[in-house]
Design a binder for this molecule. Structure first.
Ligand code: ATP
Ligand code: MG
Length: 203
């Protein structure tokens, strides 16, 4: 009998997916000896009600394009197919149910998103389901994270990721303004954005 599979879970809106996400997943894979990372694009994100989010199918396909060349990366349709708001807790429980063998789950998030998770739900319940890897990202107040998140908890770890000041918000703004996004997102993702004229940009 082997050891349980170590499965990384990278949740996100991925509107669009960018190199910050990919570098973070690869760093977590390496640092925590994960067997695989599954990307889980959100269905209808309730935390982002303030703006219109691109239809899930587009975000799902861009995530597939971006991860296709990495044999240890895959993409789940779990949240894309679920109606109504999605909760991290439900997703983690479902991934565990779907796994054939015993799995150890590692939820990978930016430190910002990590705090949100702990504000929504009972931390002990969330922590019983997975290890949490909080990636630090530029512009983020790590002192606040230390104060508010249970970093002393054995199931929460911080992960230093090479400073990538890339965000989906900035990419959408760039497309709208006609500025370049080349090298910020994988080439295929840029092609996809142009093809479907996403984010108010032309071709
Ligand atoms: P938006 O600007 O629309 O919020 P985003 O760039 O933050 O988009 P999300 O889809 O919200 O992307 O993020 C998914 C996960 O990836 C979150 O846990 C987020 O903290 C993390 N993340 C996003 N960008 C980076 C980055 N450059 N470096 C490390 N982690 C990142
Ligand atoms: Mg975000």
């Amino acid at each position: 009998m082997g050891h349980p599979k170590r499965l990384g879970v990278m949740g996100g809106t991925f509107d669009p997916i960018h190199h910050g996400h990919l570098v973070t997943a690869e760093a977590a894979l390496w640092a925590f000896g994960l067997d695989e990372v599954v990307f889980v694009p959100t269905g209808q994100p309730w935390m982002k009600a303030d703006r219109e989010v691109t239809p899930p199918e587009h975000r799902y396909l861009m995530t597939v394009i971006a991860t296709a060349s990495n044999p240890r990366f895959s993409v789940s349709r779990l949240e894309v197919e679920r109606r109504g708001p999605t909760y991290t807790v439900d997703t983690l429980q479902e991934l565990r149910r779907q796994a054939e063998d015993e799995v150890e789950l590692f939820f990978i998030t930016g430190a910002d998103a990590m705090l949100e998770i702990f504000h929504w739900k009972d931390p002990e319940e969330v922590l019983s389901l997975a290890h949490f890897i909080a990636a630090t990202r530029p512009g983020y107040d790590i002192a606040r994270f230390e104060k508010e998140a249970p970093t002393s908890h054995p199931k929460v770890s911080a992960l230093d990721v090479p400073a990538l000041a890339i965000s989906s918000t900035d990419i959408r703004r760039r497309v709208q303004a006609g500025q370049p996004i080349r090298y910020l997102v994988p080439e295929g993702v840029e092609t996809y954005i142009r093809k479907f004229e996403l984010y108010g940009g032309g071709r």
